[in-house]
Design a binder for this molecule. Structure first.
Ligand code: ATP
Ligand code: MG
Length: 249
């Protein structure tokens, strides 16, 4: 049997003072999936995300990529699993927008022409063409978020994980980001999107997982899981599942 693309197996993570942020958290992401992960503040979503490419190490449990522990090859894992963090500022490393997006591909030592192509493709996909020479700190909040997405896209990851990517984005910004995610999903990238805002995105997902107190407490088709979300403090958007999208028609 083929193993899942990405799998968290009973991850436990405790912080000093005994706070158990992950309490045997397990889930699987199959290739080609679009999984939305929701949970209340402090439930462990961001801590879980940091485990998915080895930025954080579990006290027990493991993360498997194609059935192999990610600890066996962290550099390859970090190319294949791209993380877009909640705090876009923390992800900016380059002095200009173009240099920032080029940073990842340069670390892979790709040929200059390939790097330029990837930078242009990523900036186009995120609506930032023409921003090449801008200093990242002069960008608006929403533009910085797009830049953070562009930097990860340039790595062409197989799994894209985004933590509250709609924060600070206006309606067109959300619609553009959803269009980018749909396109990547169609092209075969697996997507794990962390959000409380189910109304913006759930129509795009084929699966919804809920996290509470460090555990994955529900996991299944969105229509099956939606009736449970309010018991975990997540607002259930009104209307049909198919209308839960901020992508403009
Ligand atoms: N470095 C740290 N030291 C101590 N406790 C931490 C640390 N980082 C996170 N925690 C705690 O771990 C728990 C899970 O945090 P996490 O950031 O994963 O929550 P979250 O589900 O992403 O919440 P939010 O929706 O607010 O982003 C919280 O109780 C948090 O206070
Ligand atoms: Mg978080």
């Amino acid at each position: 049997m083929t193993p899942p693309l990405l799998e968290a197996v009973k991850l436990v993570h405790e912080f000093d003072g005994g706070k158990r942020a992950l309490d045997e958290a397990s889930f699987q992401l199959e290739s080609g999936e679009f999984l939305v992960l929701a949970g209340p503040n402090g439930s462990g979503k961001t801590v879980l995300m940091r485990h998915l490419n080895g930025l954080a190490k579990p006290h027990s449990g493991e993360v498997l990529l194609n059935g192999q522990s990610i600890q066996e090859d962290l550099p390859t894992t970090r190319c294949r699993v791209g993380l877009v963090f909640q705090d876009a500022d923390a992800q900016i490393v380059g002095q200009t927008v173009a240099k920032d997006v080029a940073f990842g591909p340069e670390n892979l030592r790709l040929p200059r022409q390939v790097i330029e192509e990837r930078v242009n493709q990523s900036l186009k996909a995120t609506g930032l063409l023409g921003f090449h020479q801008r200093r990242p700190h002069t960008l608006s909040g929403g533009e910085k978020r797009r830049l953070a997405v562009a930097g990860v896209l340039a790595m062409q990851p197989e799994v894209l994980v985004l933590d509250e990517p709609f924060t600070g984005l206006d309606w067109p910004g959300c619609a553009d980001l959803l269009a980018v995610l749909d396109e990547l999903h169609r092209a075969g990238t697996a997507i794990l999107l962390i959000t409380h805002d189910l109304g913006k995105v759930l129509a795009h997902a084929n699966r919804l997982a809920l996290m509470s107190a460090g555990k994955i407490v529900a996991n299944g088709h969105p229509s099956q899981i939606l009736p449970q979300v309010e018991q975990y403090g997540i607002r259930c958007p009104p209307g049909e599942l198919s209308t839960m999208s901020w992508r403009s028609k």
